[in-house]
Design a protein around this ligand. Structure first.
Ligand code: SAJ
Length: 435
C-alpha cells in the first residue's frame, strides 16, 4: 500500500519517515516548497533527536518521496497545524485546504485520517467536505445503522451494497508525542482511533497496528477529538494550580518548591511545577478548542489559561523590580526555549520575558540559550549579547532563570553566590537535603 502524509511538520515528518522505514511507500506533501526541497534532499527543517538519520535513510532508499501536490495513495494522513486566531477561536483553514487538496485524487477504498488537534466534530466535517466535493464517493458505513456524516446512515443516501466499491473511510487519530521523544513515542504510545462510522474505525485501527507497538484503542471520532483536548487541558489546569500556588507563596515569603516537595509526599497529591507560564503550541492552545465549543461550561479551563498567562506577566514584574533595585547591574536571562533541553521558541514564556526585558534594558541584558546555534537578531538588535552560562554568570550581578535546561542545573552554588536570582523553575533552590 501507499501512504500519503499531508503536512511535513513536527508530527507529519517523523510519522512519514517512521512508516517509510517499515517498508511502506510514503509520499509527503507540504505547501512550503522549502520544506519539500529540504526533505527531498534527505535533510530536515526541524530539530528532533534521531530524525535526521531516519529521513536521510528513507529518502535515499526511495521509500519517502515529497512534493507540494498530493498524488493518489491508499491512505492519506493529515497532520497540518490547527492554531487559534487572535480571539482564541480555532482556525481550521489549513485542515480544510488539506482536505480540498486531496479530494481530486481520492479513489474508492481510500482511508483518510486526521491527526491534527481538532475541535469536536471536525472529522465529521472532513467527511462531509469530501462527499460534497466528490458525490461519487461515500463514507464507509457498516451496514448496521452506522451514522454517516450527514446523519442519514449513508452519505449519499445510497445503501452500502449499491456503492460499496465507491466507499472511503474517514477517521480521527490524535498524535500525543512529546517533542524530544517523538520517534520513540510514535511507536510506543497507545493510540485512540475514532472513525466517523465503526467500519471506518476498524479500517484505521488495522492501519495503525501495522506500525504502532502501543495499544490501538477504538472509539468514535468525537470522543477521540475530545480525548486529545482533554489531555492537554488537564495538564494546563494542573500547571495553573502550581503557578497560582507559587504566587501565593511569593506573597507570604514561603518557598514554593519546598511546599510542593513536602505536599507531594502525600500518597494522593502530585502538584506539578510552577514556571514562567505555559508555552509550546499545544498546552497553551488546546484548552481553547474545548472552551470555544462550550463557553458556558468551561470556567475552570478558561481561568487556568488566564492564570498561566498572568504568571508570565508576574515574572516580568518581579524581574523588573529586581533590576530597578540595582541600576548598574547586568542581567543574565537564562533560557529562551519553551521548556527544558530543546530549541523550540514557539509561544515560549521565557522568550516573552527576555523580549520585554531587552526592550526596556537593552545592553544590560545578556542571554544564554545553549540549544540555539546562533544569536537571535530580534534580541541582538536591541543591544542584547548572547553568551555561555559561565561567562554570563561571571559578568552579571542578576540572574533570571527561565528554563530548566540541564546546563543550568549543573552550575555549582559557588558560581552563583554573588547573584541576585529570580529562579522561575526551582533549579537553583539548594533546599536543605532531606532524608
Ligand atoms: N510546564 C510547566 N510545569 C510543569 C510541566 C510543564 O510549567 O510541571 C510547562 C513547560 O515548561 C512548557 C509547557 O508547560 O512551557 C508545556 O510543556 P509540556 O512538557 O507539558 O508539553 P508539550 O507542549 O511539550 O507537549 C504536550 C504533551 N501533552 C501532555 O503531556 C498531556 C504531549 O504528550 C502532546 O503530544 C503535545 O503536548 C501535543 O502535541 O499536544
Amino acid at each position: 500500500q501507499k501512504v500519503s502524509v499531508i503536512g511535513l511538520g513536527y508530527i507529519g515528518l517523523p510519522t512519514a519517515a517512521l512508516i517509510a522505514s517499515r517498508g511502506i511507500q510514503v509520499h509527503g506533501v507540504d505547501t512550503n516548497e522549502h520544506v519539500v526541497r529540504t526533505v527531498a534532499s534527505g535533510t530536515i527543517h526541524i530539530s528532533e533527536p534521531d530524525l535526521d538519520g531516519l529521513v536521510s535513510k528513507v529518502v535515499s532508499s526511495g521509500a519517502l518521496t515529497t512534493s507540494t501536490r498530493p498524488q493518489p495513495a491508499d491512505v492519506f494522513m493529515i497532520a497540518v497545524p490547527t492554531p487559534v486566531n487572535a480571539d482564541n477561536r480555532p482556525d481550521l483553514s489549513m485542515v480544510r485546504a488539506a482536505v480540498d487538496s486531496i479530494t481530486d485524487v481520492l479513489e474508492p477504498g481510500n482511508l483518510v485520517i486526521l491527526e491534527s488537534t481538532s475541535p469536536i466534530g471536525t472529522t465529521e466535517g472532513v467527511a462531509t467536505q469530501i462527499v460534497e466535493r466528490r458525490p461519487d464517493l461515500h463514507v464507509g458505513a457498516n451496514g448496521h445503522g452506522a451514522r454517516s456524516p450527514n446523519g442519514n446512515g449513508h452519505a449519499n443516501g445510497h445503501g452500502p451494497d449499491e456503492t460499496a466499491n465507491a466507499t472511503i473511510n474517514v477517521a480521527y487519530c490524535p498524535e500525543r508525542v512529546l517533542p524530544g521523544r517523538i520517534l520513540t513515542e510514535l511507536i510506543n504510545n497507545d493510540r485512540c482511533i475514532g472513525g466517523v462510522t465503526p467500519a471506518c474505525t476498524r479500517r484505521a485501527q488495522r492501519f495503525y497496528k501495522s506500525f504502532v507497538r502501543g495499544a490501538c484503542v477504538p472509539t468514535t471520532a468525537r470522543a477521540a477529538e475530545l480525548v486529545k483536548l482533554t489531555e492537554n487541558a488537564f495538564r494546563d489546569t494542573n500547571i495553573a494550580f502550581a503557578n497560582e500556588l507559587s504566587m501565593v507563596c511569593d506573597r507570604f515569603g514561603i518557598n514554593v518548591w519546598e511546599v510542593i516537595d513536602l505536599a507531594n509526599r502525600h500518597p494522593r497529591v502530585n502538584v506539578l511545577r510552577p514556571g514562567p507560564g505555559v508555552g509550546g503550541h499545544c498546552i497553551a492552545v488546546d484548552p481553547w478548542f474545548i472552551i470555544d465549543s462550550a463557553p458556558d461550561l468551561t470556567r475552570l479551563m478558561r481561568t487556568s489559561r488566564e492564570v498561566n498567562n498572568n504568571k508570565t506577566q508576574q515574572v516580568i514584574e518581579r524581574a523588573e523590580a529586581l533590576i530597578e533595585e540595582r541600576p548598574y547591574a547586568d542581567v543574565a536571562c537564562c533560557g529562551l526555549a519553551f521548556k527544558a533541553n530543546i530549541d523550540d521558541l514557539r509561544e515560549s514564556p521565557a522568550m516573552e520575558v527576555a523580549r520585554h526585558l531587552a526592550a526596556k534594558y537593552g545592553s544590560r541584558i545578556k542571554v544564554v540559550e545553549p540549544n540555539l546555534r546562533r544569536p537571535l537578531t530580534e534580541l541582538t538588535e536591541l543591544g542584547v549579547e548572547f553568551m555561555d552560562i559561565d561567562t554570563a554568570l561571571r559578568r552579571c550581578e542578576i540572574a533570571v532563570l527561565l528554563v530548566d535546561h540541564d546546563e543550568f542545573k549543573m552550575v555549582p552554588l559557588a558560581d552563583r553566590r554573588h547573584l541576585d536570582v529570580l529562579d522561575t523553575r526551582g533549579v537553583w533552590q539548594d533546599l536543605p537535603a532531606r532524608a
